[in-house]
Design a protein around this ligand. Sequence first.
Ligand SMILES: [Fe+2]
Ligand SMILES: [Fe+2]
Length: 259
Amino acid sequence: MIEESYNKISTWYDSYASEFFCEDDEIQINIDLIKTHASRVVENVRELGSSIDVEESDLFLLQTAALLHDVGRFVQLVEHGTYADNEESNHIQIGLDVIEAHNVLNDLEEADKALIIDCVKMHDLNILPKMSDERSLALIHLLRDADRIDVLRIVSDYYTHKKVHPNRHLDMELKDMPGIAKKISKDIMAEKVASREDVETLNDLKLFQMSWIFDMKYKRSFKMVSEKSYIKAIFETLPKSDVVIDMYRNMKIFMENQL
Ligand SMILES: [Fe+2]
Ligand SMILES: [Fe+2]
């Protein structure tokens, strides 16, 4: 894929995103968050991709997938009033529909288009299906790492400052109450990504997000998460029970071993 194609899609994205300007501050803050997240994920895929010598043409393809991966969030937020995916509102399905309805990828070669769609489809799956094509798998992993690194940036900052700047959408409609789901601590102690389905409280969500480190693939990803202390910042906002301290220690050691 060539730079010119990426630039064209990027221009489309900017004008599409600008249609969602909203006078309600609470919504507008979240619209801005979606836009900033997309551009940070674009930066992250470039940084991660360059660290493992991804070809320039694949970098533009990855940047396109990064820019579009959450394009469904605008409609999800404005029409469904949530970031929480469920049967009526799933940001990935909405995003795929938006890409199709606006012919966003129509100028691209079929293979490039299919790969970008796969990246969007799979960026948020807990477990990836088996794939034999190494190049596709690497690109999907790069997007997943890049996405999760930026979500960790957003939420670690949010949880730290949430008393001053509450944003109910980032709480994903979960209650901030004590207790940790047993399945989540079990997964984390086994160095596994926790399941989104097991999340019942805001503390569970925090631990679920922290557990993404167990699924990160690239050395540079660990470096980025570790340098910015995202995991430590989220831990600081959790109740310091023995089980939480044990989980944090486990994640910290795991991270250190990847550097
Ligand atoms: Fe997403
Ligand atoms: Fe995302």
